[in-house]
Design a protein around this ligand. Structure first.
Ligand SMILES: *Cc1c(COP(=O)(O)O)cnc(C)c1O
Length: 483
């Protein structure tokens, strides 16, 4: 830092000298509970952290009240700090953003069947890699392959940790040291540093870009094929759309060209839609992709499929077998909880009407206008009851988003509660409900906090109203019952 350090005033210097020793703070009655609950080590560490923070604030010339620097004040801060460390950091929250697959908020909420399956498989031994019929070692891949094959019509299937891994594995197994042809219009970046050129480089495949950003023709691929070409890759531009003067090659045409030349044609779908729902009509389904002739199709388990984080590869049996045997597949293997959750989710798809009702992602996307309006009105009533004269609460129309890098242009009409606080700013309100228990996340639009009921789960409305009431200083004493 080049700026000169601020002078420490005599008052600040006195405050610094007066800071208590760690041992002295530990004697404070305020820490008795923390010591019993979290143990001495964490509490000592928390006291040190609290003292260090005070020192820094004083040195920076910030206002520090004398009470904060007393043993009881430091103990109070240390107790809060110890609690923060000891309590689960990853925790459930209320997603009132209306973005159904929010990557930052954990993407898909799982079906009850999947949650139950995880609990069962985690609490006992299992036949994860044991063949019960033969009485010897089995394969973890076997539990789910036939179900995926039955649902997609693929020859074979493989599950890895996420779709990024699935794409990397496919490129490594078939493209390493050779060429993979891809359109310049499909060099996507998905949040969290998944970029096609980087994945290609990690796989040691040489990327051959063809066409332009807005137009790629079949002849572009044709002209790029050479003796070193191993694969034609089609990437679904899941999180953006190139609009206007555009052309892209259909996966069916690409598959025909690839097969004429003896090449593998891979299709990275992103979402992997298995359900037939009008709202998802513009998203390519796994079925369509395979029927169009793709040899390898990769997609996520926790996007529109609505299951656990996973990467699913389906396609021609010989290709999938080769991928299963590659050492990299071992490093990407899924654990038993993922397998249990995915198996249970996929089993729901065997009855398509059930899937739309029971898989939360599909249910949210499919919720009727009438149902959304009813829920928004109910939530508005709950919020008004705890914020009399503290906020204006209206029900408004707004658009929900699919999210998770799917259907970027699609806006689905929804109903929101729009909260305009009278005594604090809307940013302050949003910040306060983020600190509530459970935390809640809404979206701000024109000085209003919008709470989109599409993504608010059954049973969360009451807690959300309480959070808003408390944030605005409303007369809340008890959590209202959720009907
Ligand atoms: C989301 C996505 C990925 C990455 O999938 P993860 O499951 O998040 O690893 C890869 N390709 C496309 C086209 C995607 O949409």
């Amino acid at each position: 830092m080049s700026a000169a350090k601020k002078e420490v005033s005599p008052a600040q210097a006195a405050l610094l000298r007066s800071l208590p020793a760690v041992e002295e703070v530990l004697e404070a009655p305020l820490l008795t509970d923390a010591l019993a609950d979290y143990g001495r080590e964490l509490v000592v560490e928390s006291v040190r952290t609290a003292l260090e923070r005070l020192r820094k604030r004083i040195m920076a010339g910030e206002d520090v009240a004398p009470a904060e620097a007393e043993p009881a004040g430091v103990a109070d801060a240390a107790a809060v700090e110890a609690r923060r460390v000891a309590l689960p950091h990853l925790r459930p929250l209320i997603n009132a953003t209306g973005v159904v697959l929010h990557t930052n908020l954990g993407r898909a909420v799982m079906a009850p069947e999947a949650i139950e399956a995880v609990g069962e498989i985690a609490s006992a031994y299992s036949n994860l890699e044991y063949d019960l019929e033969a009485g010897r070692r089995g394969s973890r891949h076997d539990h789910i392959t036939r179900l995926i094959v039955a649902l997609t019509g693929a020859g074979n299937a493989l599950v890895v940790n996420n779709n990024a891994a699935a794409v990397l594995l496919a490129l490594t197994v078939f493209g390493s040291g050779r060429e993979v042809v891809v359109s310049r219009g499909e060099l996507i970046e998905i949040g969290g540093s998944f970029r096609i050129p980087d994945i290609m480089a990690s796989s040691s495949a040489r990327m051959v870009e063809v066409g332009t950003t807005n137009k790629t023709k079949l002849s572009d691929y044709e002209n790029a094929i050479g003796p070193d070409t191993a694969m034609l890759l089609h990437v679904h531009t899941s999180n953006y759309k190139v609009v206007g003067f555009t052309a892209e090659v259909d996966i069916g045409d690409l598959a025909r060209l690839g097969h004429e030349r003896g090449l593998i044609v891979a299709h990275d779908l992103g979402s992997g839609v298995l359900a037939d729902m009008p709202v998802l009509a513009d998203e390519p389904s796994v079925h369509q992709s395979l029927a169009s002739g793709a040899d390898i199709v990769t997609f996520s388990g926790d996007k529109l499929l609505g299951g656990p984080q996973a990467g699913i590869v389906v396609g021609k049996s010989e290709h999938i077998e080769k991928m299963k045997k590659h050492p990299m597949a071992r490093a990407m293997r899924v654990d038993k909880m993922t397998l249990a959750a995915l198996q249970a989710t996929l089993a729901v798809y065997l009855k398509p009407e059930e899937a739309i009702r029971r898989i939360p992602t599909l249910r949210m996307l499919n919720e009727s206008d009438g149902s959304l309006l009813t829920r928004a009105e109910k939530l508005a009533g709950q919020i008004r009851a705890v914020t009399p004269d503290l906020a204006e609460v209206d029900v408004e129309k707004a658009a929900s988003k699919v999210g998770g890098g799917s259907l970027p242009l699609l806006e689905i009409e929804s109903h929101v509660c729009a909260v305009t606080p009278f005594n604090i700013t809307v940013d302050e309100l949003a910040a306060k409900i983020r600190q509530a228990d459970p935390p809640a996340i809404g979206r701000i639009h024109r000085e209003k906090l919008l709470l989109d009921v599409r993504t608010i789960l059954p049973g969360q409305g009451a807690a959300l109203a309480v959070a808003i009431g408390e944030a605005l200083g409303g007369p809340v004493t008890e959590r209202p019952e959720e009907a």
